[in-house]
Ligand binder design. Structure first.
Ligand code: ATP
Ligand code: MG
Length: 716
């Protein structure tokens, strides 16, 4: 086979890579290896398996400090796929520790590639690469600290080497998969007999590094079998244990705040651990993946779609796929922000309601804390854009340019904007007509790509979906009217669970819930939230889906406010009724849900990021009273059984939002349907019509579309 030479990725310029499995290319690689500067950049690759060359390579690697690794793996580094559990791009600090765990030496790599692989002895190896010298760590004995994985941070401590690799600013979803892969593969590997250092040297096997395969059922099985060996004394593993020195592996205590996952010490107590399962994440649809790809390519994207097409679902994935330090997830309302684990757009911007003149808004945005957000933000995500006013958007755009001293639209911040303009419009004072965000002067120059999700995921019944589509566009046919009027006779109560009434006005909600609770017999059980900062109850209230005080009685109609177990139907919005309270001081409520599950509710924790990057949290039961909720608060929700009175509808899109919350027609009762309350804003319809035309162009050639869009923007 002929030797093949090419320019390597990651800036390893000037070096040759040899690709081939024959002896010639192998020897050539070794010669080139020998010629490369000692201790300099890593260089060459061979895929041969000759014993002689293997020993020679090992000698080169060990004594001359030259690194050898396989070609396919290096070539793939910059092409990380969505489900890839073996590779990360993040900031890394490598710390060499002393015996008491203090860092003696620290090396910071701001843009590093971390790859999980196996060496020639099938041991798990971590490779850290910043485009210069790769560092590899064999993970025989290691400790994993995963407590802050949600913030894109984790630490891998390599016990025998007394070294730790600190990962930060990593897209959290990717980090989660990476850590899960590492943890399970490592546990599965515990069952294998380790190869001693002497045996390794004598083996003559050339050094190799192969990216670890994706997590499979067999890995889980192996890990579980190992955990199943309860009370069995562990076989001696690794040099530290063989010498009776296990102290290094115990450096982190079980109750230490940093402790989360620790191997192999934790593996000695398998009985205490739950059985592992293959993580089954809900996959993105094809169109959702396309949007994610557009976002990851750095484009400013607006994506839209009917209610329930998975916009917020996708947005959460987008947030999890971007580096956390520079990504801000926001939404126009607190409830919507909570759905994507973010904050309100107003909170991020720090300019109040934005009605002050631009100069004053700039002063507000330059306050300490707020300024830091504006300068560190590289990706701004906005959900429920339909409720953001055009003037507010223009102000944010001007502020971004001014603060970031950039002439680029939105100061160069990547915008990922999502929502459905045919749902609730911006809230306006009096009877003045709202200005939608797409009517903002800066909208067209800020948005590179308009994309649409078309596959409705909330409802499965085709007939109901087509009824909702007609309502969305304000086209109420006789058939639609008949179906919705007929729903007034739907008997949707089951097992003592009543329908939730969606109200047009907030006051009606509080009154209904309070009255209904009072009418129930039996003692009231009061659950007080634990807030991280009791002084900031109002701020927490504005973002939290649960109240500071929750009053419950047996028979109270409740709604789940968090996804607890999607597979079992315990999802945000699931409806239930309180059937009892557990005995004891805590007296936790037991809820029977419509999905058939009966469960005692335990307190959950919500964390919110406020202006200035401060974290606040609330710990409370994930429940709220559900005899009634407002349509505005229901935006973005999926509800099991709803009752709607549309008589007092006052906004275009409001009837559509209310109706589209129901997951099926049988779970919906419209008390007084009147086709006149169904309205779609003509400006929005026009906007979508234009967009659709352009989207045809986009499908033909995306580049052409972007170019055309850019030209038009320059004219605006
Ligand atoms: N790819 C997917 N796989 C499984 N479920 C999905 C997927 N996409 C969306 N869903 C589910 O569909 C439902 C609706 O999704 P979501 O709330 O994100 O829609 P939306 O477009 O934001 O709706 P709205 O406009 O009402 O806010 C949710 O229950 C969500 O979990
Ligand atoms: Mg949504």
């Amino acid at each position: 086979m002929a030797a093949k030479t090419f320019r390597p990725p990651l800036g390893l310029w000037g070096r040759s890579y040899i690709h081939g499995s024959d002896a010639t290319s192998h020897v050539l690689a070794i010669v080139l290896n020998a010629l490369s500067p000692i201790g300099g950049e890593p260089a060459f690759v061979t895929i041969g398996w000759k014993l002689f060359t293997g020993i020679f390579e090992r000698c080169l690697s060990d004594f001359l400090g030259v690194c050898v690794f396989t070609i396919e793996k290096t070539a793939g580094l910059s092409m990380l796929s969505e489900e890839d559990g073996a590779e990360l791009q993040c900031t890394v600090a490598v710390e060499r520790l002393n015996a008491s765990g203090q860092a003696l030496k620290r090396q910071l790599l701001r843009r590093a590639h971390v790859t999980l692989g196996r060496n020639e002895f099938q041991e798990i190896v971590l490779r850290v690469h910043d485009g210069k010298v790769p560092q590899t760590f064999t993970l025989r004995e290691m400790q994993l600290f995963t407590r802050f994985a949600r913030d894109g941070k984790s630490t891998i401590r390599v016990v025998p080497e007394n070294t730790q690799v600190l990962i930060s600013d990593c897209p959290p979803d990717r980090l989660r998969v990476f850590l899960k892969t590492l943890s399970i593969k490592h546990q599965a590997w515990q069952g294998k007999t380790p190869v001693g250092d002497r045996a390794k040297l004598l083996s003559g096997i050339p050094r190799s590094f192969e990216t670890i395969s994706p997590l499979q059922q067999k890995d889980i099985q192996q890990a579980n079998e190992l955990r199943g060996k309860v009370n069995a004394p562990p076989p001696p593993r690794g040099p530290a244990e063989r010498h009776g020195n296990r102290s290094a592996g115990r450096q982190v205590k079980r109750d230490s705040p940093d402790y989360n996952e620790c191997s192999p010490v934790k593996a000695l107590h398998p009985a205490k651990k739950p059985t592992l399962h293959l993580p089954i994440g809900r996959k993105l649809s094809k169109e959702q993946s396309q949007v994610l790809r557009a976002v990851l390519s750095g484009k400013n994207v607006f994506f839209t779609g009917s209610a329930g097409t998975g916009k917020s679902f996708l947005l959460k994935r987008i947030v999890g796929s971007l580096p956390p330090k520079s990504t801000y997830a926001t939404a126009s309302t607190g409830v919507a922000a909570c759905h994507i684990g973010g904050t309100t757009l107003h909170n991020f911007a720090g300019i109040g309601c934005g009605s002050a003149p631009l100069e004053r808004c700039l002063e507000l945005a330059r306050r300490p804390g707020v300024l830091q957000q504006w300068t560190s933000c590289r990706h701004l995500i906005i959900d429920e854009i339909s409720m953001v006013e055009a003037q507010f958007f223009d102000k944010l755009e001007a502020i971004a340019r001014s603060i970031r001293r950039s002439t680029q639209p939105f100061g160069g911040i990547q915008l990922v904007v999502c929502g459905d303009f045919l749902q609730l419009p911006p809230v306006t004072k009096g009877s003045s007509k709202p200005n939608f965000c797409f009517q903002a002067r800066s909208w067209r120059k800020c948005i590179h790509l308009n994309m649409e999700l078309t596959d409705v995921r909330r409802q499965t019944d085709k007939r109901f979906i087509s009824i909702l589509q007609a309502v969305r566009l304000g086209r109420v046919t006789e058939e639609v009217t008949a179906a919705l009027m007929k729903s007034a006779y739907h008997s949707i109560e089951r097992d003592g669970i009543l329908a939730t009434r969606l109200c047009t006005h907030k006051d009606d909600v509080e009154l209904t819930n309070e009255n209904k609770l009072q009418q129930l017999p039996g003692p009231v059980h009061i659950f007080q939230a634990v807030d991280s900062d009791p002084q900031l109850v109002q701020t927490i209230d504005s973002q939290s889906p649960v109240g500071q005080v929750l009053r419950l009685r047996v028979g109270a109609q409740v709604m789940l406010t968090k996804n607890l177990d999607v597979q079992r139907g315990l999802v945000n919005g699931a409806r239930g009724v309180i059937i009892s309270f557990q005995p004891g001081s805590k007296g936790l409520p037991v809820v029977r849900f419509l999905c058939g599950v009966t469960e005692a509710m335990k307190p959950e924790r919500w964390v919110f990021k406020t202006t200035g990057g401060l974290y606040l949290s609330r710990q409370q039961l994930p429940l709220k009273l559900a005899w009634a909720i407002s349509i505005h608060k229901s935006q973005g929700m999926t509800l099991d059984c709803v009752e709607i009175s549309l008589a007092r509808v006052f906004e275009s899109g409001q009837a559509y939002v209310a109706l589209s919350r129901a997951s099926n027609l049988q779970g919906l009762r419209v008390m007084d349907f009147d086709p006149r309350v169904v309205r779609a804003d003509p400006d929005v319809l026009l906007f979508y019509r234009r967009l659709r035309k352009e989207q045809l162009l986009q499908q033909g050639s995306m580049d052409e579309f972007v170019e055309r869009n850019n030209k038009e923007n320059q004219l605006v």
